[in-house]
Design a protein around this ligand. Structure first.
Ligand code: TRP
Length: 335
């Protein structure tokens, strides 16, 4: 069986280290083990939160540049923009018609983001998971690499696939498997080790952006919250020290070492030394990616060509699936 992954990032705000290490890097690790890879920039999802739709065009190009600069080859893989494949929203409509409101109202992301006043909560936010299911199922993707926070949406996607297959009495959709990334890929805020690094945190110092220059990276790491204890050599001691754990985890990732090795290196050391080494390791890893992103963003027409190529491949794959889906729904087809 052909393995096919589909995943996506919402082009909202600045893309940061959490998105890079948590999502993009885990995709890059998979490229050689999966037959077909589709990476989407889900711009229509960004429209569900008004504050994110302001710089949509710029943010969309930045995510595309980040995908490519991080090592996703746009020739071998398919990088595309959701709104360039109109089938997603068509399929989402069909899913809206077979998805009970009860399922959608149980989604924790909706509950977190919905305004208490229903007159200020938009329908798009509510049906967001049906669009996400369409993103995945339009491709008949077999695997969906996502963070822990998106597991519920992928489970709902499986429920929708199953409900649709039952509704039309035909096995149209395979049930996609979530691939949930490792705990170490969960990058926390530099200001609060218990919160995920996030674009919505009001403090810029809570996260490192992919486009931050070296001085800014060093400054943010210098200002990162820590505690007053020197480091011990026990991994278990870090459980009660979330900020220390996060910084050491980042160092372990960038130096490709285990946590045990990192603790051996830093045992008894002060945070000033750890931060300075972490800063060097981060800059070492991120600088070439940033320079490549800037290069790509300065040549917008080439970047857009890559996205067009991706959209063509996406549309060609999905088109026959849509005919099959429309047919199963008894819509009259013009052949
Ligand atoms: N909901 C995902 C997030 O917030 C983004 C997303 C939209 C997605 N469609 C998808 C992820 C399809 C994987 C597959 O992170």
């Amino acid at each position: 069986m052909t393995t096919r992954i589909l995943s996506g990032i919402r082009p909202t705000g600045h893309i940061h280290l959490g998105n890079y290490l948590g999502a993009i890097c885990s995709w890059v690790d998979m490229l050689n083990t999966i037959d077909e890879c589709f990476f989407c920039i889900v711009d229509q999802h960004a429209l569900t939160t008004a504050e994110d739709s302001k710089d949509l065009r710029k943010n969309t190009l930045t995510i595309a540049a980040a995908y490519i600069a991080s090592g996703i080859d746009p020739v071998k893989n398919h990088i595309f923009i959701q709104s360039h494949v109109p089938y997603h929203t068509e399929l989402a409509w069909y899913f809206n018609c077979i998805t009970p409101m009860g399922w959608l109202s149980r989604m924790t992301q909706f509950k977190d983001k919905a305004n208490k006043n229903k007159d200020h909560t938009m329908t798009g936010l509510f049906v967001y998971p049906a669009l996400m299911a369409a993103d995945i199922l339009a491709y008949k993707a077999t695997h969906v690499p996502v963070g822990e926070d998106q597991k519920q949406h992928v489970e709902l996607t499986r429920d929708i696939a199953h409900a649709f297959n039952n509704y039309v009495d035909k096995q149209i959709f395979p049930l996609p498997e979530p691939i949930i990334k490792k705990e170490t890929a969960r990058i926390m805020s530099l200001r609060d080790g218990l919160k995920k690094m996030s674009k919505s945190d009001p403090s810029d110092y809570s996260r490192i952006h992919l486009l931050d220059d070296n001085e800014t990276i060093a400054l943010k790491i210098r200002k990162a919250k820590t505690d007053a204890e020197p480091i011990s050599n026990l991994v278990s001691d870090l459980e009660s020290r979330p900020e220390a754990k996060n910084l050491l985890n980042l160092y372990a990732i960038f130096t490709q070492n285990s946590m045990e090795k990192v603790l051996e290196e830093f045992e008894g050391k002060l945070f000033s030394e750890i931060k300075s080494k972490l800063s060097d390791a981060t800059i070492n890893h991120m600088e070439p990616i940033r320079l490549q992103m800037i290069k790509l963003l300065n040549d917008e027409s080439t970047l857009i060509q890559h996205l067009k190529k991706g959209a063509n491949a996406a549309n060609s794959l999905v088109e026959p699936h849509m005919q099959e889906i429309r047919h199963s729904l008894n819509l009259l087809l013009c052949l």
